[in-house]
Design a protein around this ligand. Structure first.
Ligand code: NAD
Ligand code: DAU
Length: 342
């Protein structure tokens, strides 16, 4: 049973590949990834020699690079590949359109032509926009605000159109903020943990009272597996951790765990168009597929912080650009730069 995972060298994708290889011995995985600044093969060194794992470097937006993957029968696709960082979308919106919209279109089209039997499109809670009260259900109106979330909403609707128009058997996963091992240190939790470990300031945007719902990546991976094997074609599933916290709250928890002073908190200029609060009603996933998060926020956050404490060389290489230089020297491939991300 061959599963194509796009963007598998990134944060959630690499966690998912590890999860699927261990949980589903019948699955063989092709990881198709462009290796942008966010793609890192060191996220997968423990599985690179597994005979059921294969890596192909390529760009989902380039049909000529993607098409050869379909020469062998692909049973299912889990589509993570995307430009994923909101701040970057404010500087380079069209890169987001190219990968997130055009790249997804290419993949959907090839999936249809090659009669792929299962397709999970990884979308985001950001497609609903912000709300001051209540929670979004799968039926809520889409109201994206950043170029990132608008590009994700576009690809999400395109995916649903391939179900409605052509009966491509797909499901859409709209999930909240993931956290865990191997997250690129441009996102709040890994950036703040690694900055605190280096006694550097933690740049809190605006008043820090923005609210996110935090989802442990291992719990999300189990949800994706359920959607892949048991999801009803054409359905959307919200995935959330039911862990709403303000950015200041989560920052203080990080500092307390690391025994670092709150004086490291530095309020900086706000993100333009910053969404105040995301909140999802994820009861459909529990009701229909029996999914529940397993780890409490406290436990998962401690595990995550400890992972960064114990894996300094991973994030130091990523932050300094050393990983990218090594890859270029040994494989002759120029990767995106991580340096300007932090
Ligand atoms: P990430 O930035 O860590 O990884 C993205 C991966 O996609 C990288 O390996 C990168 O090299 C690859 N990629 C980028 N452009 C590509 C292209 N054109 N062709 C092939 N590969 C390409 O992202 P992540 O945090 O792991 O997010 C994965 C998916 O989940 C994304 O679709 C994102 O929108 C969605 N999502 C993420 C979160 C979160 O909190 N991280 C929450 C909701 C949804
Ligand atoms: O909600 C799901 C989304 O979560 C995903 O679709 C995105 O791919 C993912 O990047 C994430 O988006 P956010 O913008 O919510 O995540 P980020 O970690 O960038 O920011 C989390 C919150 O912290 C947000 O309110 C902005 C704030 N922040 C972030 C950074 C990087 C700061 O205050 N300072 C920072 O330096």
């Amino acid at each position: 049973m061959r599963v194509l995972v796009t963007g598998g060298a990134g944060f959630i994708g690499s966690n998912f590949i590890r999860h699927l290889l261990s949980d589903r011995p019948e699955c063989e995985i092709i990881n198709f990834d462009k290796l942008t600044y966010a793609g890192n093969l060191e996220n997968l060194t423990d599985v690179e020699d597994n005979p059921r794992y294969h890596f192909v470097r390529g760009d989902v937006a380039m049909r000529a690079e993607l098409e050869p993957v379909f020469k062998e029968k692909i049973w299912g696709i889990v589509h993570f590949a995307a430009e994923s960082h909101v701040d970057r979308s404010l500087y380079s919106p069209l890169t987001f359109v190219e990968t997130n919209v055009f790249g997804t279109g290419n993949l959907l089209d090839l999936a249809l032509r090659h009669k792929v039997e299962r397709f999970v499109h990884i979308s985001t809670d950001e497609v609903y926009g912000s709300t001051s009260s209540g929670k979004f259900t799968e039926a809520s109106r889409l109201n994206p605000t950043s170029p990132y979330s608008a590009s994700k909403a576009s690809s999400d609707l395109l995916a649903l159109a391939y179900f409605k128009s052509f009966a491509l058997p797909l499901v859409v996963d709209r999930c909240t903020n993931n956290f865990g091992p191997y997250q690129f240190p441009e996102k709040l939790i890994p950036l703040f943990v690694t900055n605190a470990l280096e006694d550097k300031p933690l740049p809190v945007y605006g008043d820090g009272l923005y609210v996110r719902d935090w989802l442990f990546v291992a719990d999300h991976c189990r949800a994706i597996e359920k959607m892949l094997f048991e999801g009803r074609p054409g359905e959307i599933y919200n995935v959330g951790g039911s862990n709403e916290l303000t950015n200041l709250d989560i920052t203080r928890r990080i500092l307390a765990r690391l025994r670092k002073p709150e004086s490291l908190i530095t309020h900086v200029a706000d993100r333009p168009g910053h969404d105040r609060r995301y909140a999802l009603d994820a009861s459909k996933l529990e009701r229909e597929l029996g999914w529940k998060s397993r780890r409490s926020l406290e436990e998962a956050l401690d595990l995550t912080i400890d992972w960064y404490v114990n894996n300094r060389s991973w994030w130091q290489k990523v932050k300094s650009g050393e990983y990218q230089q090594y890859y270029q020297k040994n494989y002759g491939v120029r990767l995106g730069s991580a340096k300007d991300a932090v």
